[in-house]
Design a protein around this ligand. Structure first.
Ligand SMILES: [Zn+2]
Length: 428
């Protein structure tokens, strides 16, 4: 095998003799152009991150970006054919979502492909075109249906706080949902504009901060769409999906950022799982009133700093002089990570625009950053629903009081510095 002298991108087969670089455009290309923001998907063009045919590529990066390395292991170890083409038979959405006017506004959606769920159908001809040996179109969104069973909901039913209706909430306590998984698709000029920076500054930082993982970011200014190697978003819809966009029907929304420690394993150091479950409860109640509820789950573990940083911060908090306390809560994160938060909520409202949401009656969140991002995106918010005090675990008092003091929405009194220092967590 021979290697080219610079750049680092894909070859189409392990068996081929040379590496084909994608860092520079060579010869003719028959890539289909992308007109970001066009309301007609055919005019907009498909997203093609083909690894088989570099000449078809019209984006930087690969599909399911966060899992590209596992795909590489599967190919390298011989268990996956590098030329495997997905069979999309029967994979289309169980319910249609959109199109909505927001899909045709290049400023409203910049971090996902609004046509991601219907790409398989809309571009079926492009996929099967024999002249171009078939462009590789792969959905970036999948929509399915599920019954979910959450122990807390069964307790709520027993306590009479939730009512079984037989359709949304079943007698055995299971909840019927429609759910959508969304992979990120970034339109770089739009992302840059959203963050008030220029596109070159964004491209350069993405290239450098990934250790030079995607040379095209700096060598291919003609490619404007990037499939970043990060986690995506999952949407859970509760109740009548049509009610989401009906201005006469109530809508509840919780936008929740991943917290593996609490969401899955029930850690008592934060409020994440209890607040998530409360969000689901409010969504069920709103759906039972004839409206709908939407839970948006973003894979941004530990304020998008990652779980290693998060656990380091836990240790720093517990071991600092004076112990874990609310007045030093954000400081300890900043000491380890350099920032308090890396979530960039500015990109979060895209998923709400994808769902066609124009107003939220009940936002189950106390985050001022989420509130500001949603209202700045032109979506009106009625009521803000804080976490009920009885749901806050004992050791999470430090977090909740620190957040309230920093500007999070609260219906009760915000503690002054002295009182804040008195809110203490466990040692270990
Ligand atoms: Zn948490």
């Amino acid at each position: 095998m021979t290697y080219a002298s610079n750049g680092s991108s894909a070859n189409h087969s392990l068996n081929s003799k040379h590496i084909i670089l994608t860092s520079h455009q060579r010869g003719t290309t028959n890539a289909i152009p992308i007109q970001w923001g066009a309301l007609d998907p055919r005019e907009r063009g498909p997203i093609i991150g083909s690894l088989h045919n570099p000449k078809h590529r019209n984006v930087i990066g690969t599909h399911s970006g966060a899992y590209g390395v596992y795909r590489a292991l599967a190919v390298a170890s011989g268990v996956l054919s590098p030329t495997h083409k997905a069979d999309l038979t029967d994979t289309s959405p169980v319910v249609p979502i959109g199109p909505y006017p927001s899909w045709g506004d290049p400023g409203k959606i910049v971090s996902l492909d609004p046509f991601g769920a219907i790409a398989g159908e809309v571009f079926a001809e492009v996929r099967s075109d024999p002249q171009s040996q078939g462009h590789e179109v792969f959905p970036t969104i999948a929509i399915t249906r599920a019954h979910i069973n959450i122990p807390e909901l069964q307790d709520e039913i027993k306590q009479g706080r939730l009512t079984v209706d037989g359709e949304i909430l079943k007698p055995d306590g299971s909840l019927v949902v429609t759910k959508a998984a969304i992979d990120p698709v970034w339109y770089l000029p739009g992302i840059a504009k959203r963050l008030n920076i220029d596109e070159w500054t964004l491209r350069r930082a993405l290239f450098q901060q990934t250790g030079g993982m995607f040379p095209e970011l700096v060598t291919r200014p003609d490619l404007h769409v990037f499939l970043p190697p990060i986690g995506g978003t999952t949407v859970y819809i509760i109740g009548d999906q049509a009610a989401i966009t009906d201005p006469t029907k109530p809508l509840a929304v919780r936008v929740h950022d991943e917290c593996n420690g609490s969401d899955v394993f029930g850690s008592d150091i934060c409020t994440c799982r209890p607040y998530l479950v409360h969000g689901i409860e409010v969504c069920i109640q709103t759906a039972q009133e004839g409206g709908a509820g939407v839970i948006v789950y973003c894979r941004k573990e530990g304020r998008a700093l990652g779980e290693v940083t998060k656990f380091l911060v836990y240790n720093a908090r517990k071991r600092q002089e004076g112990g874990d306390r609310a007045d030093a809560y954000f400081l300890r994160t900043e000491c380890v990570a350099g920032v308090q938060d890396m979530r960039f909520q500015e990109l979060m409202p895209d998923v709400l625009h994808w769902l066609g949401i124009t107003k939220i009656d009940r936002l189950v969140s106390m985050s001022n950053m989420k509130y500001n991002a949603i209202t700045n995106a032109g979506i009106a918010i009625g009521q803000r629903v804080p976490i009920p005090p009885e749901l806050v675990p004992a050791d999470a008092q430090v977090e909740i009081e620190a957040k309230k003091a920093s500007g999070y929405y609260s219906e009760d009194e915000v503690l002054a510095a002295e009182a804040l220092a008195q809110i203490k967590g466990r040692t270990y």
